[in-house]
Ligand binder design. Structure first.
Ligand SMILES: Nc1ncnc2c1ncn2[C@@H]1O[C@H](COP(=O)(O)OP(=O)(O)OP(=O)(O)O)[C@@H](O)[C@H]1O
Length: 246
């Protein structure tokens, strides 16, 4: 069963940003998407999240055609952008209950989930303070909690750890791993190769809007032909090889 199946996906701005991309992520997988700046990662994920219309291609989320049935697809998907939006006048608890209400989560369940998420993310002491005074990292965690409160089956995150301190990054990683253990599927972009190396079961490398390599860390090492090299070496080698071929 695939959580996400992308076929021949394309999006062009002044030039191709995503260029006939094929990508499949299995249900229950932790998948990291790597690639140089401008490779097309965010554009791809925005199309999956229904925020951007592809020029061509198909997107299927747990068998739902996301282009034909965007509401059905969004119901089971969470999208956490690298510039999250929250409502400053609400407290985290109010925000989570509001978001849960939009998804039709029953009030008692919403409250329990909200309390649990805020606890795991270290926000319990701030659960009843308005978000307006929060730091960027705290906002990011509130946004993440908001994305998870309807218990989506597919969680898509764009650079979720950027700007977080060590403790917050650990909390976010733990929450994501917990979701995967509970049967969820996580797809995240990251430039922190160590995070991909440690957390992801499979890693996809995108360059120029296409998937140029994919596999476990060991498989990528094999492709790059570098024996026991670090993911950084493997990544740089794969991207350089693609550049040379282009
Ligand atoms: N709204 C837009 N209008 C015009 N061009 C865009 C737009 N969004 C993205 N692009 C272009 O599409 C290409 C892919 O960008 P994208 O943000 O998807 O890359 P990325 O892999 O997420 O990069 P980064 O790692 O820097 O976040 C880039 O050349 C970018 O300039």
């Amino acid at each position: 069963m695939f959580a996400l199946q992308i076929q021949h996906l394309s999006k062009r701005f002044d030039r191709p940003a995503v260029d006939g991309l094929d990508l499949s992520v299995r249900a229950g997988e932790f998948y990291a998407l790597l690639g140089p700046n401008g490779a097309g990662k965010t554009t791809t994920l925005r199309m999956v999240a229904g925020l951007l219309r592809p020029d061509a291609g198909t997107i299927s989320i747990f068998g739902i055609d996301a282009l034909a049935d965007p509401v059905g697809a969004k119901r089971i998907t969470a999208w956490v952008s690298d510039e999250p939006m929250i409502y400053d006048k609400l407290t985290p608890l109010e925000y989570l209950e509001f978001v849960a209400g939009l998804w039709g989560v029953e009030a008692a369940a919403a409250e329990a989930r909200a309390e649990a998420l805020l606890g795991w993310l270290g926000l319990a002491p701030h659960a009843r303070s308005r978000c307006e005074g929060f730091s960027k990292g705290m906002r990011q965690k509130v946004a993440l909690a908001g994305a998870l409160v309807h218990e989506p089956r597919l969680i898509i995150l764009d650079e979720p750890l950027t700007g977080l301190d060590a403790a917050s990054a650990r909390q976010v990683k733990d929450v994501l791993l917990q979701r995967v253990r509970a049967g969820g599927t996580v797809i995240m972009t990251t430039h922190i190769l160590e995070v991909a190396e440690r957390m992801a079961e499979r890693i996809g490398v995108i360059a120029h809007g296409r998937l140029i390599a994919e596999g476990t860390l060991d498989e990528l090492r094999g492709m790059a032909g570098l024996g026991a090299a670090s993911l950084e070496d493997v990544f740089l080698d794969l991207v350089a090889a693609r550049e040379a071929a282009a």
